[in-house]
Design a protein around this ligand. Sequence first.
Ligand SMILES: [Zn+2]
Length: 400
Amino acid sequence: MSSSSKLVIRNIGMILTGRMEEPIMDAECVIAEDGRITAIGKEDDFDTSGSTTEVDAHGTTLSPGLIDSHVHPVVGDYTPRQQQLNWIDSTLHGGVTCMISAGEVHMPGRPKDIIGLKAMSIAAQRWYDNFRPSGVKVLAGAPVIEHGMEEHDFQELAAAGVKFLGEVGLGTVKDGKTAGQMVSWARKYGIQSTIHTGGPSIPGSGLIDADMVLETGTDVVGHINGGHSALPDDQIKCLCENCKAALEIVHNGNERAALLTLNTARELGKLDQIILGTDGPAGSGVQPLGILRIIAMLSSLGNVKAENAWCFGTGNTALRRSLDCGIVEVGRAADFVFVDQAQHAPGKNMLESIQLGNLPGVGMTVIDGIVRTGRSRNTPPAQKVPELTRAPPASLGGGH
Ligand SMILES: [Zn+2]
């Protein structure tokens, strides 16, 4: 950004903070400067002069942009998995402003030799860092570990900017001892890890059971509800009981296993460990509304208040993944989604409507303090939508 920018959002109806301890905040105004939140509260208390962008929220709900903890991007806004274009842009219309790669595994001809896999990971990290489809933050470049990798490989990957491992188990390493060693090397150099949990996803991938997950000790139990085939119930309960890692529930998994995970985590007082992903693109396709759909599913069938389920897809993921977005808090990235009750959806208000299993309507998205989209083309229409009342002179929507 060449010159300084100032975004003023007024007439906010409610803030969903993303924080489990205080999921709802009563504030009407949020200010962001140069892409960071600088003030949250009452407009009268703030200096709103010099704004470059103004949004009248018209009483809608402001939330952190949703985070998808588990995607499989390849290049740009194209996935070869389902020969699909613009799936990331469509997902932005589902309120997702940040996604984390669990491995670029759908790259045709993906290299599996060590220098090749390192080269591809570093390149993928770069090409998504250099080009954000529709402004969405795609944190990619996630190598899938293979036999023969040594400590220096992880050191080199980290030095080159790699921050996440792809799903352990999608490569040739399928024993907990070897995987655990590599995960601890990765951790030593600041690289986070996740693991494929459950039966094989597609021909060529394999079974990862609870023993292997526990022995490997990743930071995230990737798709604990299977992707798609889930582990037997006793193994899912065992993981909930024994893991301090994030328990990731995905859209492309088994819904019954997702509810078992949620109920077990609740009994154990571990709801702060629940995070959400789609696991798309995959055999099940792409899911532009996937995160909203899991929130509504868990809230309605899992007996969780909507404002708490909302944290699973925002603040919980941000805290577990060490991201600077995902919570409405001064100093964090100004990544927002504005939502409101969908037209003709039952419920006294938006939160009750979600608890009844309905999706909210997305009215606007903001990334790094820049308005990216207006009324969603994919969600049911929101009753109320925010209005852009002042736009910066150049490129509305902010091209990258
Ligand atoms: Zn997987």
